[in-house]
Design a protein. Structure first.
Length: 214
């Protein structure tokens, strides 16, 4: 009996040791490397000097410890006058520094454009985000960051995601069709995609999500 107990305790000890090692490894992976942070900051400083002006400043560094982006480290940059925040990082695919300035500027511009309609139609507590699938769209369209053009001048297709704190209503699609018609008629946005989801009073996502391309 004592032998069996010793074996069980030994197995339990090995399991606990393994868990402990995994926790330590996880915590180490979550912690940014100071040398790599400094490296991307230096790279970004030179990049800003070559492509931007004194209206832009590096205010922090960003470490993607969850693998959500195409990079590990980026410099967090801010345009002083507008407070538009974006990232500058080394792109392993193109072997050069890139930035998300135009994409983030257009996100903010489009969100400001449709915010009054969204709040008037669905309430001020409605949460919505705007994004472009290509964060490097400025480089792709060869846009000078010091002379940023409007998204209205290009045939881009942003995604608008709206989350309403209630159940789905039969009028929702009609309301969004009105938004789409307004954007297209005023030449503000030719194409895009709208996705809509719903939360209950506890914030739990309901199963009524739908989307529409236009």
């Amino acid at each position: 009996m004592k032998k069996i107990l010793k074996i069980m305790l030994s197995i339990l000890g090995v399991i606990l040791l393994g868990i402990g090692i995994l926790v330590v490894v996880f915590l180490l992976e979550m912690k940014p490397d100071k040398d790599k942070e400094e490296e991307v900051r230096i790279q970004a400083e030179q990049y800003l000097e070559d492509n931007f002006n004194d209206n832009f400043e590096i205010y922090d560094t960003f470490y993607d410890n969850m693998g959500n982006f195409a990079f590990e480290y980026a410099a967090s940059v801010r345009e002083k006058k507008t407070n538009i925040e974006f990232l500058a990082y080394y792109d392993d695919e193109t072997k050069q520094m890139v930035d998300t300035y135009i994409a983030d500027k257009w996100k903010k511009d489009l969100k400001s454009e449709i915010c009054p309609f969204i709040e008037a139609s669905f309430g001020e507590t409605t949460d919505f985000v705007v994004y472009f699938t290509n964060d490097n769209i400025g480089r792709e369209l060869d846009i000078d960051p010091l002379k940023p053009k409007s998204y209205k001048e290009f045939d881009v297709e942003p995604i608008i995601r709206i989350t309403v704190p209630r159940k789905k209503s039969d009028d929702d699609e009609k309301i969004l069709n009105e938004l789409i018609a307004s954007l297209k008629s005023e030449d503000k946005l030719k194409h895009g995609s709208i996705a809509m989801s719903y939360n209950d009073e506890k914030g739990v996502i309901l199963d009524d999500e739908w989307h529409k391309d236009f």
